[in-house]
Design a protein around this ligand. Structure first.
Ligand code: GRG
Length: 293
């Protein structure tokens, strides 16, 4: 199977898992469950669940990784729903459609985000109840990645940095490592845990994810700085317009592209230390560096 077909196969598995595992929209209160499903089922690259499933396959998929993949996409989606709220980025569009608070209302979007975050841990508890060690490890890793020192901490520093004219390179790296890379790292780690990776192999996955996460963010900044808003289904150019410090602003486009390349190569090098058939993950890392959205 070529890369595109394999990506689509993983993506389809993730999409089916999301649809099947999330409560139906008719569950009371219907408005809340409809909003959760609206936010979650409205497209997106599904990079994180695909990483979970592919990392698990690298080690022979000892346990089914689908619930972990869905849980991580739920948390990623909650972070987007909250990031789009008027008190944060105040965005009208996400994944080419009205943001959740535009489609519903602010309070419903806030609650839908809260519910997606909580639902992720409900899923882990429910699906891995028969493997308590795995359930505990997944809970610890995912909670750490999504918590106040990583995802939420990165978002907090991002909001603080917006108030300054110039964030430092160190502050920007903290933001990128936590706001963006943490959920990418934990996707690979969760896959590794489900697959049965050793501690050393989990470290290899962490290193791969950190470099991939940094490359992903810099590519995002480059796309944002160079995007034609009319051709992309997202609010392209927003960060650049808002006068926010980005890697591109701090170092320029050429240095940013070079840094993204270096991080991509470092991710590929770390991946090579792992066992199994790495072709798909290597192609995925490479495709992230050359992506157009
Ligand atoms: C509100 C706690 C909290 C966190 C928000 C994810 C995030 C943190 C903010 C979104 C803004 C942003 C540009 C983040 C950096 C890159 C990133 C994570 C982009 C979104 O991920 P994609 O491109 O999105 O994988 P899709 O829609 O494809 O899932």
């Amino acid at each position: 199977m070529d890369f595109a077909a394999q990506f689509q196969a993983y993506r389809d598995r993730a999409e089916q898992g999301l649809d099947r595992l999330l409560p139906p929209g008719t569950t009371r209160p219907a408005r809340l469950h409809e909003a959760m499903r609206y936010a979650l089922l409205g497209g997106g690259k599904r990079l994180r669940p695909v990483l979970v499933l592919a990392a698990s396959d690298l080690f022979g998929a000892r346990h089914d990784a689908l619930a972990a993949a869905v849980a991580i996409e739920c948390i990623h989606t909650y972070s987007l729903v909250h990031d789009d709220l008027p008190c944060m980025d105040n965005d009208d569009l996400r994944r080419g459609r009205p943001t959740t608070h535009k489609q519903f209302d602010e309070a419903t979007a806030l609650l839908a985000g809260d519910s997606l975050l909580t639902f992720a841990f409900q899923l882990i508890g429910r699906h891995y109840a028969g493997q308590p060690g795995l359930a505990a490890a997944l809970t610890r890793e995912i909670a750490e990645a999504a918590g106040s020192e990583r995802l939420v901490g990165g978002q907090m520093e991002d909001l603080l940095a917006e108030k300054k004219t110039n964030a430092t390179a160190e502050e920007l790296e903290f933001i990128h490592l936590n706001k963006t890379a943490a959920m990418i790292v934990v996707s690979l780690v969760a896959g590794g845990l489900c697959g049965g990776a050793t501690d050393a192999q989990l470290d290899g996955l962490r290193t791969t994810g950190r470099h991939l996460g940094l490359a992903f963010q810099i590519v995002d900044d480059v796309l944002d700085a160079t995007a034609d808003t009319a051709t992309l289904g997202k609010t392209a150019g927003k960060d650049a317009k808002a006068g926010k410090t980005t890697y591109v602003k701090l170092h320029g486009l050429d240095a940013s592209r070079k840094f993204a390349r270096e991080q991509t190569d470092a991710a590929l090098a770390a991946l090579r230390s792992l066992p199994g058939d790495q072709k798909f993950l290597a192609a995925l890392i490479e495709s992230m560096a050359s992506r157009l959205n």
